[in-house]
Write a protein that binds this ligand. Structure first.
Ligand code: M6R
Length: 602
């Protein structure tokens, strides 16, 4: 939700800021802007507009100076307009903001500045508040201002009176910093500045960094110096382009065999799951008598599969919570609970807050996270990283299948430690897990067959997806994918539930995607397919190869794995389906409307 970039150094800031904003655009693409200190005018000049970074670039010819900040916006307070775009300048203060200031209306009332405001944003109020507090000492002004704010925020702030210096502030919303001989850089995400240094740090929460071309100093809100933890960059940032694919999503779908292999292979020793390298405290798997999985969106859908795996194999009760609802539902959580948070970005605020709540209640915590050093990873007592690499497309694909890979490993570990599986049974489970990358390759090799099937969906307004057992949560994910990038309304149903109401919506030609991978549910699912066919539905069936019989018209054959593992190739096929529908409709696959990749507002 909103991307922040900043640079101060020896080079022109414009190119660095615009390049960084292009990388950060996946965080929000309602508007973009930069503010650069102009040495001739001795003040920070703002250039901004609604629309994409490309629109901004056209207006930046006159931007000059070696110190600047920039922003891509996902609108919260105030509509999508030039005025509401960031940076916001008020008096001598120019600021970009990621997050939400909850008490901005009350602060606006106390400042008495209604006639000077140019936007409807909470962010401009923060700029005005810092300007009001500024009496020559920027750190004192920022500290005193942030103590009056409630909500979450990362700010990058410049003062007209203090050239060539950027101040970065963090309360929850992330900011990372790095430096090299050419200057110092800040961003919401290391991908925007990773090319400039192999080392970086995440600005600690509740601190302010003063950034100059020679480096940085960090203090807490009471002025006490803080030493950041220096992290090593372990993603090949230079390799994170589209690699010849028209969209990141397609590239990321096709990366799945490799990243799944990477995620599992480093955690298997002698055909047994092994989390020693990441220092996971194995006692969490045996001490817990209940498990809660907290996550949002696609990550939550991975959790639904994790629930069925752990419950059916390890016989431990598992509940899955939408993170945004968790702490308001008075959940059962205590020192016998293992709370597993799942997140690609590691920054989703709902998941982070739910995790903090669970910790306050004494729960043991484990996070399955993709981004190293992210807030959720740092907050959690134990972390298992998915090795998906940077996921840029808003629609999550490889993060999901690597999250599932970790759930398989966790399930096997629990079953082993609790004596539910013998060593031979764990070995057999792990051997099947190792077959997933090839099964995914098998689907990807026939991507054009899925493309062909997607034609039937191009003009659809509504579609339904039906499946039983693990196929149902798999289709919840398939359905989300189709909705978010193709704008086709889609609902996934447990096949047996459809006739309890929703079947009323099936009319002649309604596309219905039916998934059939669970061996013991074949005859039931076939009956449910017949029920919708007899109401005129146009059924597209994705069927596990070994389950195909004369009774089943198969639209797309899925490779054969044990029941528990079928969800991975099945979902990959549906990712392709959604992708082809979206791209053939001419939509912006990677940046669907109204969305942002990282959701840092509640
Ligand atoms: O970064 P996270 O995994 O915590 O993000 C959670 C959801 O916002 C995310 O999965 C979202 O649902 C995706 N756009 C789905 O493709």
């Amino acid at each position: 939700m909103c991307g922040i970039i900043g640079y101060t150094g020896y080079s022109e800031a414009r190119g660095i800021l615009l390049k960084g904003l292009k990388t950060l655009e996946y965080r929000g693409y309602d508007s973009a802007g930069v503010a650069v200190y102009h040495p001739d005018f001795r003040q920070t000049l703002v250039t901004k507009c609604k629309g994409r970074v490309e629109d901004l670039m056209e207006r930046c010819d006159d931007v000059k100076g070696v110190t600047g900040i920039g922003h891509t916006r996902w609108a919260t307070h105030g509509g999508v307009s030039d005025e509401n775009s960031h940076p916001h300048k008020f008096g001598r203060v120019t600021l970009v903001h990621n997050g939400i200031i909850e008490n901005y209306e009350a602060i606006r009332g106390t400042l008495n500045i209604a006639d000077r405001l140019r936007s409807q944003t909470d962010s401009e109020i923060a700029a005005a508040l810092i300007d009001r507090q500024f009496k020559g000492d920027p750190i004192a002004a920022i500290s005193s201002a942030v103590k009056k704010l409630t909500g979450t925020y990362a700010f990058a702030v410049m003062f007209d009176d203090i050239p060539d210096t950027i101040y970065a502030v963090r309360n929850v919303s992330p900011i990372v910093c790095c430096k090299n001989e050419d200057g110092a850089y800040i961003a919401s995400d290391i991908m925007a500045i990773g090319e400039y240094s192999d080392e970086y740090f995440v600005l600690p929460e509740f601190t302010i960094a003063k950034i100059t071309k020679d480096g940085y100093e960090i203090v807490d809100f009471n002025g006490k110096p803080v030493e950041p933890e220096i992290l090593k960059l372990d993603w090949d940032i230079r390799n994170s382009g589209k690699g010849g694919y028209p969209f990141y999503m397609e590239k990321e779908i096709f990366e799945q065999p490799t990243v799944i292999e990477k995620t599992i292979s480093s955690r298997i020793v002698d055909s047994l799951p092994d989390f020693t390298n990441e220092g996971v405290d194995e006692s969490i798997f045996t001490k817990c008598d209940n498990i809660s999985i907290i996550a949002c969106g696609t990550a939550m859908h991975a959790g639904l599969i994790g629930k069925q795996l752990i419950e059916s194999i390890c016989h431990i009760p598992v509940s899955v919570h939408m993170a945004s609802e968790y702490m308001y539902s008075n959940p059962i959580v205590n020192d016998k609970s293992l709370v597993i948070s799942v997140s690609q970005s590691g920054e989703t605020i709902d998941t982070l807050e739910a995790l903090k709540y669970a910790k306050r209640k004494g729960a043991m915590t484990l996070s399955i996270v993709n981004v190293r050093g992210s807030s959720i990873a740092r907050e959690s007592d134990n972390v298992i990283y998915t090795d998906a690499g940077p996921e840029i497309a808003v629609a999550s694909t490889k993060a999901y299948t690597t999250q599932l890979s970790v759930f398989y490993l966790v399930t096997a570990k629990m079953a082993q430690l609790r004596g539910i599986f013998t060593t031979d049974e764990v070995n057999a489970f792990i051997d099947e897990l190792k077959k997933i990358p090839d099964a995914v390759r098998d689907v990807l090799d026939r991507a054009q067959d899925v493309h062909h099937l997607s034609n039937a969906m191009l003009t659809a307004e509504h579609t339904f997806m039906i499946g039983r057992g693990l196929d149902y949560p798999a289709l919840l994910e398939a359905s989300l994918k189709l909705k978010e990038i193709s704008y086709i309304h889609s609902e996934a149903f447990a096949s047996g539930e459809l006739k309890h109401g929703t079947i009323a919506l099936i009319t002649s030609g309604t596309p219905v995607i039916a998934l059939l991978t669970q061996e013991n549910l074949v005859s039931k699912q076939v009956s449910n397919i017949r029920e919708v066919q007899s109401r005129g539905a146009n059924v597209i069936t994705l069927v596990r190869r070994s389950l195909i019989t004369d009774d089943i018209e198969c639209s797309f054959e899925l490779p054969d794995l044990r029941d528990e593992f079928m969800v991975v190739p099945a979902v990959v096929a549906t990712q392709l389906l959604a992708y082809y529908v979206s791209s053939d409709k001419g939509l912006d696959v990677d940046k669907p409307r109204n969305l942002a990749k990282v959701v840092t507002v509640e």
